[in-house]
Design a protein around this ligand. Structure first.
Ligand SMILES: Cc1cc2nc3c(=O)[nH]c(=O)nc-3n(C[C@H](O)[C@H](O)[C@H](O)COP(=O)(O)OP(=O)(O)OC[C@H]3O[C@@H](n4cnc5c(N)ncnc54)[C@H](O)[C@@H]3O)c2cc1C
Length: 387
């Protein structure tokens, strides 16, 4: 299928897309069913993703990254998601959240220390905001960080942390001023995996995105060097908002990739499967479904790439990122459900990829701000309401 806006992609982005498409088809697609079953992406493929530069898409070249920006990231993640949502989520959280936060908040010394190994894929990164009692209301987080001599002592817990099972570095958000109003007393910290007091819990047994790891974390008098404060003291939540504004581009493009996978599988199946003496694709009811799927996928891609292009031009994309993420994620669930319908009973079976794509797609309506929160973000900006 010709993708809308691909005609506007610069030549180097088309080459990047083709490289990502081939890698994903050769190395990810054939393993996706198995990784979904075992909950584990093969370490060799993670290494290869690093060698291709896919784990350093946002980091500048002088820090070991590919420096290809948000449009480049959106092109790559769509191709990975087309084959395996869990792999795409791992790459999205690593680049968009962990590396993204370092790029927004870290000082030069921190960037030089942490970005090169992350960008080369020598280690994965996690970003830790959600807690048992604060999800959508993230600024209500309860984890505390108290300065004691040359270290911050962090106590509390996090849940649902992507890449947590393998990550070498965690960006942890904690309350540093208990007196300040919710969002004003939060700071961010860089935490290395072997830090005493950090306990990584067991992997969650999830509905979808199963290839990516999701874990709870506990901090028990975890001592982090004073210099690992990332960004300004008590201003961490503003960095969190900037990171999410950009991170939502990756969830939007991931949704587009999942939906495209479901659509392409449906076209193939509808062409091959015959009922009443003709292929399903000759039936108008199926043709209309396919037409609607293709239209929605292209519309979502246009919205998501608009926010990526704004970010790459150094402009704010808060409204556009929320619109892209909201539209693309809800579209992906609809398209995947239609794909299952087109596959009939076979679509309900685990051996057929659309079943997995549908389970993966549902997460995109929840993670990095649920659909309801995106609607609030959009409405606040349209109506100029206080945040
Ligand atoms: C697979 C997976 C991976 C994740 N990865 C990470 C990660 O790497 N790092 C991280 O920090 N977090 C991560 N999360 C957490 C994710 O960001 C949260 O689940 C999400 O923000 C929603 O929070 P919650 O689950 O606590 O739901 P809640 O906030 O409890 O919301 C429950 C429901 O109420 C709705 N709701 C809440 N407030 C409002 C409101 N004001 N108006 C209308 N409706 C509202 C929500 O939209 C939702 O439908 C992950 C979650 C999952 C499932």
């Amino acid at each position: 299928m010709t993708n809308a806006m691909d005609y506007e992609l610069p030549e180097e982005m088309i080459m990047l897309r083709d490289m990502a498409r081939k890698f994903a088809a050769d190395r990810i697609g054939p393993n996706a069913r198995e990784w979904d079953r075992t909950g584990q992406i093969s370490p060799e493929v993670i290494k290869e993703l690093g060698e291709l530069g896919f784990l350093g898409v946002l980091a500048p070249e002088e820090l070991g990254g590919a420096g290809i920006g948000y449009l480049g990231m959106s092109v790559i993640i769509e191709e990975l998601a087309r084959q395996c949502g869990g792999t795409a989520l791992m790459v999205a959280a690593h680049n968009g959240l962990c590396c993204g936060h370092l790029l927004v908040g870290a000082n030069d010394a921190q960037k030089k220390k942490y970005l090169p190994p992350l960008a080369k894929g020598e280690m994965l990164g996690s970003w830790c905001l959600s807690e048992p009692n604060s999800g959508s209301d993230a600024a209500a987080l309860k984890t505390t960080a108290v300065l004691d001599g040359d270290s911050w002592v962090i106590n509390g817990s996090k849940i649902f942390i992507t890449n947590g099972a393998q990550a070498g570095v965690f960006i942890v958000h904690a309350r540093t001023d208990p007196e300040a109003s919710k969002a004003k007393g939060i700071s961010s910290f860089i935490v290395e995996r072997d830090t005493p007091g950090l306990e990584v819990g067991p992997k969650e047994d999830k509905m979808g995105m199963r290839a990516s790891s999701t874990v709870p974390l506990t901090f028990d008098d975890m001592r982090v060097p004073r210099e690992n404060l990332c960004g300004e003291l008590n201003k961490g939540f503003y960095d969190v908002m900037r990171v999410l504004e950009r991170g939502r581009i990756s969830i939007g493009t991931l949704s587009v990739g999942l939906a495209r996978g479901a659509f392409e599988e449906s076209v193939r199946y509808a062409t091959e499967r015959e009922q009443f003496g003709k292929p399903l694709a000759k039936m108008q009811a199926i043709q209309f479904k396919l037409a609607d799927m293709a239209m929605q996928i292209d519309a979502a891609r246009l919205l998501v790439r608009k926010s990526a292009t704004l970010q790459d031009a150094g402009k704010s994309s808060n409204l556009e990122s929320a619109m892209g993420k909201l539209y693309a994620s809800e579209m992906a669930t609809r398209v995947c459900l239609d794909a299952i319908q087109i596959h009939g009973g076979y679509g309900y079976m685990k051996d057929i990829p659309v079943e997995r794509l549908m389970r993966d797609a549902k997460l995109c309506e929840i993670g990095e701000g649920s659909s309801e929160i995106q609607r609030l973000v959009i409405a606040r900006q349209l109506l100029d309401l206080p945040k």
